[in-house]
Design a protein around this ligand. Sequence first.
Ligand code: CA
Ligand code: CA
Length: 494
Amino acid sequence: MNNLRRKTLAAASAVTLGAGLAVTGGLAPAAAAGPETSYLVLAPQGATTGKAAARVAAADGTVVAAYDQIGVLVARSTNPDFAARVAGAGVESVASTAGLGTALDEGETVEVPAAQVADAIGDPTREPLYGQQWDMDMIHVPQAHAVTTGRPDVVVGVLDSGISSTHPDLATQIAKEKSTSCIGGVTDTTEAAWNPTNSDHGTHVAGTIAAAINGVGVTGVAPGVKVAAVKVVNNDGYIFPEAAVCGFLWAADHGMRLTNNSYYIDPWELNCRNDARQRPVWQAVQRAIRYSQSKGVLNVASAGNSNYDLAHKITDTGSPNNGTPEERENLTNACLDLPAEAPGVVTVAAVGPTGAKSYYSSYGQGVIDVTAPGGDTRFRTQGARSTSTDGILSTTFNTVTRTNGWGYKQGTSMSGPHATGVAALALSAHPGMTPGQLSSFLERTATAKPCPVGVYNPVPLIPTGPNAYDATCSGGARNGFYGAGVVDAYTVVK
Ligand SMILES: [Ca+2]
Ligand SMILES: [Ca+2]
């Protein structure tokens, strides 16, 4: 998995460098123009960005977005010396984001055939496809809905690949006036810009949070709330740090109380503890996350699908472990998987239909806060075959035929939005809660789940190596596989 991720990130680098080869005129004669590159330019913490903006202009750069709230500029330049030239008074640090995009871990979609959707009648009191929504039963969504389905003034920012605004289960659920694209770190609020292009990941996530109770398709956890599309995944499937910064600030400044982040931007695989150049990028993202929290936003993030022990990265990555204690300190402060490991973010692991850890779910004592259904299509056959109906059924958008539908996906990308949906119900019932109170409440109301005994491997037949999905859980009532336990929609509203 480690090698796979490295390859993916290498591809991200190639995409970035290839994207801006057009040479533009008007440069200072001293510098031969290179590819256009994006930079994050940080003013000193708490300072305005005026001086930094002047330095950007003097260094052949263009400010494409100014985030004065956190003292961060997004700039572009074709001058290869831009970073060196922009440094100086009013600029704390500057870094190119080239190569720092992380591929969205998309997973495949298994669509429900249209004829089967048309024939589904289900229980007459529920949605036609509800019979396949084992995830909603697991977290007691029907019981919660008897109390509330959520309030429409609770708006959840879905930082993802866009949401299909024509989907029959979502069209009424989107806060269009609060939706935007953040690709390139720059907002574009036109409806086409925040609809999906090459990925239906965000459409699936949005349906889990808030698909309508309307006699069509499925229900979400909190169909009474609204979702806003905040598109941070570019058309090549990558999330760049400037897009994430834009997304957190947009959500914070447009009254959202919750964001769902079913992705991560992952510096660790790039060995960032040895790379001072990258630190400003992660500092900018962390400033954005802290700002959103200061504006009352609770951010929920997926733990990842690598069956990776997030609490023991140094020993588990296979990276050269020549770190001194000082370097470990740097790792802790500057090389977190973001947003999942940023302080105050609710980090969510995944379970399948039996309530046991999904084979792919990353874990880690002190890192996982709660867990939620994310599907597990392999446990039933010990890994021999995939059983799609053990995934999570939600809304889909076929990017080839450009049609809306319903289908299954699995991943912590699917568990995260269940926790977000429960948080949205909790906030609907208890509107005065601060992000910290809400996060504690989610944990306190979760159903604790003990560690399995010994080495856990639900899929010994997966043919990618005899121990590919081994994992060992540590901790007591709160532990590395499940955190405080499985979130519960009913206990947060009753
Ligand atoms: Ca529906
Ligand atoms: Ca956390």
